[in-house]
Design a protein around this ligand. Structure first.
Ligand code: IPD
Ligand code: CA
Ligand code: CA
Length: 266
């Protein structure tokens, strides 16, 4: 696949940060961990990875803005472009030695995500997409799965935990979804979950209480893989609402309907 200069910059930044994360993952027991909130851990690895990504991206495009999870937002002098970065998505997995985590880098242009890179250094899987150029996993074209009905579908989700999210609301959503599908999965790294939808591993995915850096790169991957992504109500307010629902045209539509079913009367 031919990559644009910008996508190359993103890939190089993701690979470099991924190398640092892979090294730290090997020594995960020795990491110094600080507590950010209940069950929300931030490791030194996380900060190191963000520093690497930030340096690489701002070196290549000094005028662009930068929104990263672990540092102050940089407002660029170029008002049109902004990097959106999660240096380590799947922190809880990382700290528990579970190899399901990733660096996620997206480029926003005039409010639209135009390129995305998601790299899991533990599996050496590099997902990339650029608007109009298709989506790829390690240079092989990927597409969303072709299954059309929920009864055949495996659906990913996020599960709220101590101090995070609406537990009761999630249980209602899950109750409705689990009654309709072939399987439900919770892998623990939203960026990778979205990349898995793009690659056809998951037929669909929904989650609430997410941040732009959890979703940005995954959105362009899914769309370039032929899929659909919206907020959980089926609208365009993904970042504002912090929610996402994704899948191919059929699964996306069905999933939005099911997760929004009203709470059954007792
Ligand atoms: C988290 C992961 C997780 C999702 C959480 C996110 P982090 O990101 O994406 O899958 O359920 O809501 O906050 O904290 O590991 O970067
Ligand atoms: Ca994240
Ligand atoms: Ca993170």
């Amino acid at each position: 696949m031919a990559r644009s200069a910008l996508l190359n910059v993103m890939v190089q930044a993701a690979l470099k940060a991924g190398k640092s994360l892979a090294r730290d993952f090997g020594e995960v027991q020795n990491l110094q961990v600080s507590v950010k909130g209940p069950s929300d851990f931030v490791s030194q690895a996380d900060f190191r990875a963000e520093r690497i990504v930030r340096e690489e991206l701002l070196k290549a495009r000094p005028t662009y803005g930068f929104l990263g999870e672990e540092s102050e937002e940089v407002i660029g002098t170029d008002g049109a472009h902004r990097w959106i970065v999660d240096p380590l998505d799947g922190t809880t997995n990382f700290l528990h030695g579970i190899p399901q985590f990733a660096v996620s880098i997206a480029l926003e242009r005039n409010g639209e995500i135009v390129a995305g890179v998601i790299f899991n250094p533990a599996t050496d899987e590099l997902f990339v997409a650029e608007r109009g150029g298709g989506a790829f996993l390690n240079d092989r074209r990927i597409r969303t799965a072709a299954r059309r009905v929920l009864s055949d579908a495996v659906i990913g989700c996020g599960v709220p935990h101590l101090g995070r999210g609406h537990h009761g609301k999630f249980l209602v959503e899950l109750r409705h979804v689990m009654g309709e599908v072939a399987g439900v999965r919770r892998f623990g790294a939203a960026a990778l979950d979205l990349a898995y939808v793009a690659a056809g591993r998951l037929d669909g995915f929904w989650e609430t209480d997410l941040m732009p850096w959890d979703m940005a790169a995954g959105l362009v991957l899914i769309r370039e893989a032929g899929g659909f992504a919206s907020d959980i109500k089926g609208g365009n307010d993904i970042f504002i609402s912090g929610t996402v629902a994704a899948g191919n045209e059929h699964i996306h539509k069905a999933l939005v309907e099911v997760v929004n079913r009203p709470i059954p009367k007792a």
